[in-house]
Design a binder for this molecule. Structure first.
Ligand code: NAD
Ligand code: UFG
Length: 349
């Protein structure tokens, strides 16, 4: 196999784990990333973890909106497919700075699609999100549920999905898979790569991890009055390595199914876990106590969200293998070995 994949945002959390799985699967990989929310160290660690396959990895530091630079990458290599992770993802920040999000996520994607079309590369896997289900009327969420955008970040995912559907309608040569991720957590079992958000983490597990290593004193639990088993919000947490393998399955589907068109798949486990259950599992894995402060609900949060995994199982032949225990074990292993992520105490806030 010498298929070559362009990975946008490949230095980031999900991207770096997926690049590793691609390399181990025998693919050649070119990463483009502006390192806005990531470190080049992740790329060099992926190359080491990939062993002899590490030589099949190339990195270009560039912003997707720099069309000339992106065009040069496509001129110097010919790609069999693109996996598009690059984007900004902090919900709260998107409410404060909507134009930043619309500019980065929408213009970045449109520029990418234009350059792909100009070079005749029409195979795409895109990182969408369960955020497009909003507060679902029932669970599990199936791919045919009505879609919405709850905040500017969520709307960029919804709009990009619609843009992709329009691209296919306008030109049936496009083959596009939209992957709706549920809640990616954990890290590579080596503890060598993992999630390293800049600033104060927005998401549950990066916050829990920073409490465990002493960087923050307490975890604030947003809401304990939901109609759930213990009153806290329920989500579908998925190990990042399982999620990455879902991308390999999607890329293979693009190559094998000539009639794929523009198709959407949930990537989750199908199981719902509450905030308190997740904290307890992490305490068990780490041996650390996570002090809690109970607070009111966070605006825009849904009560219970988890995936129907049937379509991905049936059509991508992919199913998550890891449970909460492995997610917390690997998250702790990464945190314990890298309490300051890829950086040092001096460059944190
Ligand atoms: P991340 O921030 O770790 O990775 C995104 C990468 O894209 C970063 O390395 C960043 O530097 C890069 N990037 C951003 N804008 C860019 C631009 N204009 N040009 C070039 N590079 C750019 O995020 P992640 O958790 O790995 O998420 C990857 C994708 O999956 C994102 O699109 C995100 O919205 C989506 N997603 C993530 C989650 C989650 O909880 N992690 C859930 C659902 C969907
Ligand atoms: N939570 C806390 N305290 C925190 C952080 C989160 O109690 O400090 C709770 C939330 O209220 C929620 C649960 O933990 O009940 C999970 O919250 P996250 O922020 O980790 O995840 P969300 O499901 O809210 O959203 C995430 C991403 C979205 C993405 C969505 C689905 O932030 O961008 O998963 O993929 F759309």
């Amino acid at each position: 196999m010498d298929k070559k994949i362009l990975v946008t945002g490949g230095a980031g959390y999900v991207g770096s784990h997926t690049v590793l799985q691609l390399l181990l699967g025998g693919f050649k990989v070119v990463v483009v990333d502006n390192l806005d929310n990531s470190s080049e160290t992740a790329i060099s660690r992926v190359a080491v973890l990939a062993g002899e396959f590490g030589r099949n990895l190339t990195f270009h530091k560039l912003d997707l909106r720099d069309k000339a630079a992106l065009d040069r990458v496509f001129t110097s290599s010919s790609f069999n497919a693109v996996i598009h992770f690059a984007g900004l993802k902090a919900v709260g920040e998107s409410v404060q700075k909507p134009l930043l999000y619309y500019n980065n996520n929408l213009i970045g994607t449109i520029t990418l699609l234009e350059v792909m079309a100009a070079h005749g590369c029409k195979e795409l896997v895109f990182s969408s999100s369960a955020t497009v289900y909003g507060w679902p009327k029932k669970v599990p969420c199936t791919e045919d549920f009505p879609l919405c955008g709850m905040n500017p970040y969520g709307r960029t995912k919804f709009f990009i999905e619609e843009i992709c559907r329009d691209m296919y309608r306008s030109d049936p040569e496009w083959k596009i898979i939209l992957l709706r991720y549920f809640n990616p957590v954990g890290a590579h079992p080596s503890g060598f790569i993992g999630e390293d958000p800049s600033g104060i983490p927005n998401n549950l597990m990066p916050f829990v991890q920073q409490v465990a290593v002493g960087r923050r004193p307490t975890l604030t639990v947003y809401g304990n009055d939901y109609s759930t088993k213990d009153g806290t919000g329920v989500r579908d947490y998925i190990h990042v390595v399982d999620l990455s393998d879902g991308h390999i399955a999607a890329v293979r589907k693009l190559f094998e199914d000539s009639n794929i068109g523009c198709e959407v798949y949930n990537l989750g486990t199908g199981k719902g876990t509450s905030v308190l259950e997740m904290v307890t599992a992490f305490e068990k894995a780490s041996g650390k106590k996570i002090p809690l402060v109970m607070a009111g609900r966070r605006g825009g949060d849904a009560e219970i969200v988890y995936a129907s995994t049937e379509k991905a199982e049936r059509e991508l032949n992919w199913k998550a293998k890891f449970g909460i225990e492995e997610m917390c074990r690997d998250q702790w292993n990464w945190a314990n070995r890298n309490p300051w992520g890829y950086g040092s105490p001096d460059d944190q806030n």
